[in-house]
Design a protein around this ligand. Sequence first.
Ligand code: B3K
Ligand code: ZN
Length: 844
Amino acid sequence: PQKIYLSDYQVPNYLIDEVHLTFQLAPEATRVRSRITFRPNPDATSADFFLYGEQLTLISAQIDGAPVTPTHVNGGLTCDVPSAPFVWEAEVEISPATNTALEGLYMSNGMYCTQCEAEGFRKITYYPDRPDVMAVFTVRIESDLPVLLSNGNPVTSGDGFAEWHDPWPKPAYLFALVGGDLIAHPDRFTTKSGKDVELNIYVRPGDEGKCAFGMEALKKSMTWDEEVYGREYDLDIFNIVAVDDFNMGAMENKGLNIFNSSCVLASPETSTDMNFERIEAIIAHEYFHNWTGNRITCRDWFQLCLKEGLTVYRDAQFTADMRSEPVKRIEDVIALRARQFREDNGPLAHPVRPDSFVEINNFYTATVYEKGAELIGILKTLVGDADYYKALDLYFDRHDGDAATIEDWLQVFEDVTGRDLSQFKRWYEQAGTPRLSVDEAFADGTYTLTFSQSTPATPGQDHKDPRVIPIAVGLLGADGNEVVPTTVLEMTEATQSFAFDGLSAKPVPSILRGFSAPVILERDSDNAERAFLLAHDTDPFNKWEAGRALARAGLVEMVLNNAAPDGDYLDAVLQVLRNDDLDPAFRALTLALPSQDDLAQTLVDLGHTPDPTAIYQALETLKMAMATHMQDVLPRIYAQYQVNEAYQPDAEQSGARSLANAALALISRTDGGAAAQAQYDSADNMTQQLAALGCLIMAGKGDAATAEFYDQWKEDRLVIDKWFALQISHAAPERAAEVAADLTQHVDFTMKNPNRFRATLGALAMSPAGFHRADGAGYALLADWLIQLDPLNPQTTARMCSAFETWKRYDSDRQALIAAQLDRILATPDLSRDTTEMVSRIRA
Ligand code: B3K
Ligand code: ZN
């Protein structure tokens, strides 16, 4: 397969002014007519005319009205064209009903929809399908379906047709079309300059009761972007459509966002508090793309983080403002470590701005998104809030309508601040997570912290240069009072010291407050200091982090030396649990333990080979010890944090429920499941019902409730996804592969629906002790299904291969078992480019 390099970038040979598309929708024979006005690009170095096109049947083509016979080449066509501007017209036939890859125009439950990012438009018609070719689109859709949608504003509609016009030039990846028998949940929004905007969420009949929350989230996002970034919406209408079969979460098509139904539909009975929070964030994310992604797009796909990192950063700011800033930060860091650090540490490590790829869909990664967002955070810390917003204003001003690059992005910050950002740019170019070690010294009232940074080699990148790292530090006195408030140290050297004068005694440092940079802090600290910080740190992130470090240290001792649960940890966490002055959501996060995967990586970092079963056992033993140690307090907490008011998915109620449910999980270890059964029987919302079901399964009392749950929810596909996943994630490790295998035989299992596939095989892959069962049953089951899915849906198959990315951590027997499965996948005839690239990189 061919590798594409950033360094090979060439400007497009032809530019487009206008595109007219006409669709005659039919399941297996949709006709697409295109009329495109091209003109030679004055900056181009070649006059070759090439249009991408895949899986298209060309019916006819004309240039300036005269029939032409283009030459079909790999992945598209070429044609002789005039040297002056010309009109290209073509008619192609495509088959949405048989498009199981869910890329291009496809069908989902009788509805037509599209997914064009990154390179799906070329499956709709012949086109210069690259983001730096922007054009004004007019679209006519012919079909008897009642709802026919495309980008921009509606022009006319009538019996069997609708026309849309999008005045904003856009790349083809932002094109969208929807046709179906859909119901609108309508609303309106007035922008700050008084523009009235029609809003709709379109869903399949039966889902109309699950739109209200998404609509509120949309309006909040629109207000927030006006208030915080000064960004107003720019069309007369904004539509969201929910689709059941979708490879990702959602897509920011101009004026017509298309969502995986799991990322927009919500009701208290069917969605958990976590679902609500995620839906609010994704609606915001896609909406925010209207400026960061659509009005300013990417020059080429290597610049993906330009829109994704920035938009993730913006949606995180939004969630922090809507909910709790510290809780959001802690949740984000947990996710960053679980997905991005894991990626950065293994065979799939790549820079936030990669410099080569085979299949761009394989680079919609935690590194591009989440580490990309961390880089925005670093930059904001370095330049300060005021200059950050000044630079953003300049960015929107200078680049509106552009297909921009990371260089453009950094330039606005350099112009606003006068700073040289060349060292900061290394964050975009160097893969791998920096390790930051710390030494401390105290003499004559001066406390000195000396930091050293180093980044391990990553695939194709052996040498790493020091990066600029903002390290937020505060100092505490022995009495627990803060003696130096948060100060940002700007580290630029490989090793660098920072001194604090005028101290009467050696302080306790709180380092990397708020997780001020995505690095691994290596600090030899003892449990006494961790417990001290857990009790006294004024920075909520580091307070939580101290508890996590304490838990991790105790668990490592349990795994390696068969130690008993650490009494200091149990006492410290009990203090937090009891402290009603602390936010319940924060307490729930403190009560949660590091994941199996986190512990496996911790053991690797300490030079050991992780044993997945021993890790699982240690966690179980510790939870049991917590349950007994806190036995007197847990029922009080459980009762006190029951929510008696009508269900609201807000931060306050969800925080209370998360603490009560954390207590229930521990109580269920000692009461035989009685409290969980009571909660299950009386639950009137999914958060309570699902938490109780999980506890019952863990307590070995879940059979009746599991069956009842299915009967109650069998008509609701999103709830049934939860039912599939929960049975696997809560199964005993030695049974998880069988439970997953059995569920693949259930009448409701289908590999054609990515949500259901992930709920089943993804749930297994995310249960380390079950997935890494010593006989390899978990590996074999996943590989079987990846091989079956690949010809239907390469994108989802390739993404799920990352389940194997940590394989080199494990013992030689497991490594051999995984290698055999990877080789078996690679040996599959006609394996997709997507999966071939992923598995080869992992296997290397
Ligand atoms: N930009 C889309 C992701 C497209 C994925 C293509 N494989 C969603 C988002 O990041 O908002
Ligand atoms: Zn995005």
